[in-house]
Design a binder for this molecule. Structure first.
Ligand code: C2E
Ligand code: CA
Ligand code: CA
Length: 777
């Protein structure tokens, strides 16, 4: 309860207790007056009439107070305004009634036409006010049922009123001077019943429920007192109005007080009460009871009661039929809603367990399914697929093409797997399938999948060649979906590391390898501070003279337990754990220092170029160029003699690459494209990047492809490159035959075991200072 409400209530009590008290006192006075009058003939009839207009006035005053409450809603305020108007008519009616009774010399129970009209108007206004109160929202059949209930209540009440009061109408007529008074009373009674029934069944807007009850009870008591008239025939100085009017006024007064106390608080939501549904039966029972009570004493009475009983029974039947039909409809609606709910639930479940792009199952569904298979105890296989180079498709052709490709691959996959298992998309370009076949069948199936995915994907303007790496793991006793997926994942990575477009079974050795890598990676962090890292120099020679004109710096790691760890192993680890930035900085610093030292000491005889490898991660580092600048300044090396080797892949996968290389060149070093021919081999790179040197990969020179395709490629490359003004270095020269072929093809520079393996700085120094040296080893 808010403070404001409390204040209002307290204030209200203080200013309102006296009029209510006065009304109550006047009602009590008239009750006593009537009682005494019944016992002893009475000489001063006018005194008993005086309280009537006073109580009506006080009731009107109370209503006026309510209409001043601005917090009330418009509908309720209107009701109390109309009730206030009714009180005006009430006051006038009581005055006219008094004049009728005591205006002539002899006291009379006559009710004159003016009185009757005023009272009728007053009741009419109250009824109108009640009927105008807003109703609850109801359906058509609710209204029909309400109409039937109202009719039943009215018929029952009419029968009761008839039985106990109106059947003595003859007496009324003589008593009040005409049949009008009785008829109007009947009409008023009927109308007020109808209004209250309406309000009780259909609601009264935000009008205070308690006020309404007070009004209903008050008017019922007042009506009951009114119908006492026949008992007063022998006492013309008394009238039923003497008590009926003050009671009516008191009830209006109390109702207004109650509304004031409740303020604007919303009435509690109406519960469908049990009584409402028992009304038809109570009505029938009451009327049947009356029928039995009247028996055969009075044929008119019996006929009236019979008609009432039959009508009621008919109405009850109609109501019952309607109720049955409604229940039927309700059941149908509930059924339909349940069906909707079920459909909605299914949709939700589908969305929660399926991938929206490919409509394959998602990770959650796969895990559920695998859980079920594990619970069943039958061994099965989990296959994990990862599309090779999918990132390139997405980056180069856009996500639209990427999505279309994934959808197509998903369709191929589900078609091949069919009902041999369940396919799911785990996210990105990763798919998985749980297969309930034996190991041999799994291999056949997986090979089919590899072949199907290798088929060119025709996506509108683009035709893409794709491949996947697949890992296979077999379920073990006590497995969990996560562990099984992990093993398939390890196997898949092995397949990917081996070049992709292949399958690999999970092997516990893979786990050991992964563990070892993790240990090695940890050791690598300590390698530089503890002096385990050192640099070797491999000569680069002039093919024509065999003279060492430069060298490539190659990093080495001497592990305290494992001995020499090859760079093919530790460089990728350093790239992964980030050590490469530090290692790269160190190598560059060492090389520059060494080169500067040789330049100072040997001048013209010093190697004219020292090549240092730069990893992708270094190239992507924003501080890389600044770091190089610092090193160049600190070591005071002739920057034009420094060559920085970057791989094609590093350039292609680094957003900053072109910009960084441009800035690097401004500092003086030259740029070499390493391992040319193994990556994307995109000659267009030579146009967009400031490349000075091309290092043709050893696979074309001494590898498996060296004699056939390799020979043709190296030959064509040489011509092409010189046209661009780029210098070529052939890597991996191992035999004199290879050296001869390269020379004939037009190569000027070479590097390889034929001329020298990577060696310590001191050995390298000895090599280039040996004038006219041709070959070593
Ligand atoms: P790379 O840059 O292509 O280096 C040349 C590799 O070819 C060296 O392997 C070298 O020993 C080897 N090689 C030279 N001549 C022959 C030959 O006649 N036949 C054969 N079969 N091989 C020959 P290495 O030293 O094991 O280095 C492997 C790779 O590790 C390097 O390939 C390079 O990518 C990386 N690497 C080495 N040192 C560094 C470094 O300081 N920084 C970075 N970022 N990467 C490095
Ligand atoms: Ca290199
Ligand atoms: Ca190379």
């Amino acid at each position: 309860m808010t403070d404001e409400v409390v204040r209002r209530r307290v204030g209200f009590r203080r200013s309102w207790d006296w009029p209510l008290f006065a009304t109550a006192a006047l009602v009590a006075f008239n009750v006593v007056w009537l009682a005494v009058g019944l016992a002893v003939p009475w000489g001063h009839p006018v005194v008993g009439w005086l309280p009537l207009p006073v109580t009506a006035l006080l009731a009107g005053y109370a209503c006026w107070q309510v209409t001043r409450q601005s917090a009330l809603d418009a509908g309720t305020r209107r009701f109390w305004r109309q009730l206030r108007g009714a009180c005006g008519l009430f006051i006038a009616g009581t005055i006219a009634n008094t004049v009728d009774a005591v205006g002539s010399r002899v006291p009379s129970q006559r009710v004159g036409p003016v009185t009757l009209t005023l009272y009728l108007l007053m009741v009419g206004v109250v009824m109108w006010a009640l009927l105008r109160l807003p109703s609850w929202q109801r359906s058509r059949s609710d209204w029909i049922r309400f109409g039937l209930d109202a009719c039943m209540v009215l018929i029952t009440v009419a029968a009761i009123v008839w039985h106990f009061s109106l059947r003595d109408h003859q007496q009324w007529v003589t008593q009040t001077g005409s049949a009008w008074a009785m008829l109007s009373l009947a009409v008023v009674g009927f109308l007020s019943m109808a209004s209250f029934v309406k309000v009780a069944f259909a609601g009264a807007g935000r009008l205070d429920r308690r006020s309404l009850h007070i009004l209903a009870v008050g008017s019922a008591i007042s009506a009951a007192f009114g119908s006492l008239s026949p008992f007063l025939v022998s006492r013309p100085y008394l009238s039923s109005s003497l008590i009926a009017v003050p009671v009516a006024a008191l009830s209006i007064h109390l109702a207004a007080v109650r509304q004031l106390r409740a303020g604007a608080s919303m009435p509690a939501p109406r519960r469908r009460s049990r009584r409402v549904s028992t009304i038809p039966y109570l009505s029938v029972a009451a009327t049947d009871g009356l029928l039995l009570a009247t028996g055969s004493v009075d044929p008119t009475e019996t006929a009236i009661m019979e008609v009432a009983a039959v009508t009621l029974t008919f109405l009850v039947i109609v109501r019952q039929i309607i109720a049955l039909r409604d229940n039927h409809q309700l059941l149908a609606t509930v059924d339909a809603q349940l069906a909707d709910l079920r459909r909605y639930q299914e949709q939700l479940e589908y969305q929660a367990t399926h991938d929206s792009l490919t409509t394959a199952g998602n990770r959650a569904l796969l895990e559920q399914h695998v859980e079920q298979l594990l619970a069943d105890g039958q061994p099965f296989h989990l296959v994990l697929l990862d599309v090779d180079d999918f990132k390139t498709v997405n980056d180069r052709l856009g996500h639209g093409v990427g999505d279309a490709l994934l959808t197509l691959l998903s369709t191929r996959l589900t078609t091949i797997v069919g009902d041999l298992g369940m396919v799911a998309r785990l996210g990105g370009d990763e798919f998985a399938a749980a297969l309930r076949t034996d190991a041999t069948s799994v291999e056949v199936l997986v090979d089919d999948i590899l072949a199907a995915i290798r088929e060119p994907a025709d996506l509108g303007p683009h035709t893409l060649k794709t491949a996947t790496s697949i890992g296979i793991a077999t379920s073990w006793v006590g497995d969990t979906p996560k562990e099984l997926l992990r093993r398939a994942d390890v196997a898949m990575y092995t397949a990917k590391a081996a070049g992709g477009d292949r399958r690999h079974w999970f092997d516990p050795a893979m786990d050991r390898a992964a563990d070892e890598n993790a240990r090695l990676s940890a050791d690598l962090r300590n390698a530089l501070p503890t002096g385990q890292i050192f640099a070797l120099y491999q000569p680069i020679v002039d093919l024509a003279t065999g003279e060492t004109i430069g060298g490539e710096v190659l990093m080495r790691w001497r592990h305290p337990d494992r001995g020499l760890v090859p760079p093919d192993v530790f460089i990728p680890l350093a790239e992964q754990n980030g050590c490469i930035t530090e290692l790269g900085y160190w190598v560059l610093q060492q090389s520059c220092q060494q080169a500067a030292d040789w330049q100072r000491r040997y001048r013209d005889r010093a190697p004219s170029k020292i090549s240092v490898n730069v990893s992708a991660r270094q190239l992507a580092d924003r501080h890389f160029v600044d770091n190089v600048e610092t090193i160049l300044r600190e070591t005071d090396v002739d920057a034009s003699q420094l060559v920085l080797e970057v791989t094609e892949t590093a350039v292609l996968t680094t957003d900053l690459a072109a910009e960084q290389l441009g800035r690097l060149k401004q500092l003086g070093p030259r740029i070499a494209l390493d391992d040319f021919g193994t990556g994307h081999s995109s000659l267009s790179l030579l146009l967009t990047c400031p490349v000075d040197v091309l290092k043709v990969d050893k696979s074309f020179v001494s590898g498996a492809a060296a004699d056939g395709a390799g020979a043709i490629i190296t030959k064509n490359l040489a011509g092409f490159i010189t046209d661009f003004g780029i210098e070529a270095v052939a890597e991996g020269v191992e035999t004199t035959a290879q050296a001869d072929r390269l020379r004939q093809a037009g190569y000027r520079l070479a590097q390889g075991f034929l001329y020298g393996r990577p060696m310590p700085a001191a050995d390298f120094e000895e090599l280039f200072t040996r004038v006219g040296a041709h070959t070593s080893t």
